[in-house]
Design a protein around this ligand. Structure first.
Ligand code: PRX
Length: 650
């Protein structure tokens, strides 16, 4: 990242704290520091109290089993079912007629499901999965657009005790294949297609090319969304609608051990192979139930809209499990914010009376660029609280969000967390915490974060360091699926006994955390994590490419834009056509989100004498900074030549 730029962006010099209004505070669930005090006094008894808000078919014996760190176990001996906590519990408490889910399609088609209706659908799909011979512990891959069936499928997995692996619908079939192979899923749940900006994107037919390679898949269930045709295979393919038509609408939830796997979610790391982040049920639900309740100050008549896709952790935790375990009304929208018009989101806020809105800084920066008149022409008065997630929010975007979306009266919760953490870790409590634009403020009660130097010592105010978690938390990842060694060395080897987040951060004099972004080779593009190595391996997989180095160049809207420096095989010349082909090639291997914005051809890459590619220098070139010391390079002239060529091309 550009230190200069981000250093300025995240300085708190001119920042005056924003305080919640008296009105907000008077109704807020947390109005003072009681929760912090309680957690400080006894962290484990704090989490035990939070866990007691859920329904357990058998109470836990120990809150935390830390006998084999870092393979921590929470609420051991306890049994619960996630879908029962998200659905049956509320129906039994008289909330059966409350809206659980609001869906709006890109074309404006809508569906609303009450808690009773959602429960019925989930029971039906649970019966379907059982019929398809999915047992407790089996994996199911879900590759779908943002439609209610995706949520039904996830909850049904949790009801029968299957492990879901949701693959973002925008990932390519190739990426889907890798994830199916790794999770050894028995069933693929998908759709015939998705709507995107008025176009139809085929899904089921696109999956055809990889299905013969996925031996574990016994059944494919396809939801009809776009009417896109495909060739069903007898004995393997089923239409969702046919299966649901005669499915049993009663299905008893399977009592699950708190530490039974709940889901795998693949996320990018610093190697070419995505990490299968494994979460288990009990601690995860306690974590997301508690954070949803207090961070979003859940009120019974809220309409909560988190704009993430269910294919990411934000979708898992704060579209589905956090809101539903709280009995909230959660909303999903199938499309993008600027189709058919750039006020589509604000139209939906107005239409459904959204009260709490949670999105990513990259979206906010786009809204800013599109102009104030889009939100101004809509009635946003229902909004009472705003949230931000996925990347650092620059103070300019924060202030715009506050003024133009929150009309100066909504607190903003800037929430820092990760796929690995499962739940929000650093965040304001909106009725309590003075807000500083650009800072995620303080660790959530019961969460112990620190910023340390290279030796693991806490840094003082204003000093940059590495963000770590000093003690385990209930929704933490338990391991990396099939690769416990990678779990150990990725997160627990930098510092003995503490969790390394991969982020850089600093703290101000008031103890607020300011996140500076990744310190490893992971990029944050529009709030999504992309591993540089993943893109590089996709590039070198192309027959013309010899070597590739990928960096994130600071980008006004996206946070980072992917820039690839590529050397070609002997006798092959770089051209605009080849650059376009390589971008397409990466799109096919991973998905459109990983497609490089820029491909720059060079005859050599800057390497140290031991052959390590110096991405830092490439970043300096791309962001037009002075190149520091280049004497350790194998051939210092290479970098000068790249710099000249690159600058000329801009
Ligand atoms: O770098 C941090 C950034 O996103 C990373 C986690 O990415 P992912 O696992 O895809 O989860 C994103 C949604 C939870 C973190 O390591 N990040 C996330 N939230 C923030 C953030 N950076 C700064 N401020 C945030 N609020």
């Amino acid at each position: 990242m550009s230190e200069e730029k981000h250093g300025k962006m995240f300085s708190d010099e001119q920042v005056k704290p924003f305080l919640p209004s008296a009105e907000f505070k008077s109704k807020a669930l947390a109005r003072d520091d009681k929760l912090y005090k309680k957690a400080e006094k006894d962290r484990l008894s704090f989490w035990a109290d939070m866990a007691a808000e859920l329904d357990w078919s058998q109470k836990w014996e120990a809150v935390l089993d830390d006998s084999n760190p870092p393979f921590y176990r929470w609420f051991t001996g306890g049994k619960l079912n996630i879908s029962a906590n998200c659905l049956d519990r509320h129906v039994n408490n008289g909330l059966g007629d409350k809206r659980a889910l609001i869906f709006e399609g890109e074309k404006g088609d809508t569906a609303q499901l009450t808690y009773s209706e959602l429960l019925e659908e989930v029971c039906k799909f649970s019966s379907v999965l059982r019929k398809l011979e999915v047992d407790k512990g089996d994996a199911v891959t879900i590759w779908m657009p943002m439609v209610p069936e995706a949520i039904v499928a996830m909850l049904a997995c949790t009801r029968i005790g299957a492990v879901h692996s949701v693959v973002f619908g925008g990932f390519s079939p190739e990426a889907l294949k890798d994830r199916i192979l790794d999770s050894k899923s028995k069933v693929l749940v998908t759709a015939d297609g998705a709507f995107r900006r008025g176009k139809t994107i085929p899904m089921r037919v696109a999956a055809e090319e990889i299905l013969p390679l996925c031996e574990s898949i016994q059944s494919v269930v396809t939801v009809e969304r776009t009417g896109t045709g495909y060739e069903p295979m007898d004995g393997r393919d089923y239409r969702w609608e046919d299966l649901m038509a005669d499915a049993d609408s009663c299905f008893d939830p399977e009592p699950m051990d708190a530490e039974d796997p709940l889901f795998i979610l693949y996320s990018s790391g610093t190697t070419g192979k995505p990490k299968g982040i494994l979460h288990t049920g009990g601690g995860y639900l306690v974590g997301v139930n508690t954070t949803f309740k207090y961070v979003f100050d859940h009120q019974p008549d809220d309409v909560f809209w988190c704009t993430a896709d269910i294919g990411w952790i934000t979708g898992h935790s704060y579209i589905i499990y956090g809101p539903l375990s709280n009995g909230a009304t959660t909303m999903i929208y199938e499309g993008v914010p600027d189709y058919p018009e750039r006020d589509r989101f604000w139209e939906l806020v107005e239409k459904y009376g959204v009260t709490v809105f949670y999105t990513a800084p990259t979206a906010i920066r786009s809204f800013m660029r599109w102009g104030n008149h889009f939100p101004a022409k809509r009635d946003l008065s229902s909004l009472r609280l705003l949230g931000s997630v996925g990347e650092p929010i620059n103070p300019e975007a924060w202030i715009w969000y506050h003024e133009h979306i929150g009309r100066g009266k909504c607190p903003i919760v800037d929430t820092w967390w990760q796929t690995e953490t499962g739940m929000i870790m650093i965040t304001p409590l909106p009725g309590v915490t003075p807000l500083k634009p650009g800072s995620a403020t303080k660790p959530f009660p019961g969460v112990e974060m620190d910023i340390v130097d290279e030796k693991g010592n806490s840094t003082g105010p204003g000093q940059r360091g590495f963000l770590v978690a000093k003690s385990p938390w209930p929704a933490m990842l338990r391991t990396l699926h099939g690769d416990p060694d990678r779990y150990l060395y990725t997160y627990w080897k930098q510092y003995e006994g503490i969790y390394f987040t991969g982020d850089g951060a600093w703290r101000d004099a008031d103890g607020n955390f300011w996140i500076m972004g990744r310190v490893d080779d992971v990029l944050n593009v529009s709030g999504h994590r992309i591993g540089t190595m993943e893109v590089e391996s996709a590039l070198v997989d192309h027959p013309s490419v010899a070597e590739a180095a990928v960096i994130g160049k600071v980008h006004e809207i996206k946070g980072h834009a992917i820039t690839a420096f590529v050397t070609l095989k002997e006798g092959i010349e770089g051209s605009d056509e080849l650059a376009a082909e390589l971008k397409k090639h990466v799109g096919k291997a991973i998905g459109a989100i990983a497609r490089p914005e820029e491909v720059f051809f060079t005859y050599e890459l800057p390497k140290t004498r031991s052959g390590k590619i110096m991405r830092r220098l490439l970043r300096d070139i791309a962001e037009q900074r002075d190149l520091g010391d280049v004497t350790t390079l194998m051939d210092p002239q290479v970098v000068a030549a790249i710099k000249d060529g690159y600058t000329e091309k801009q």
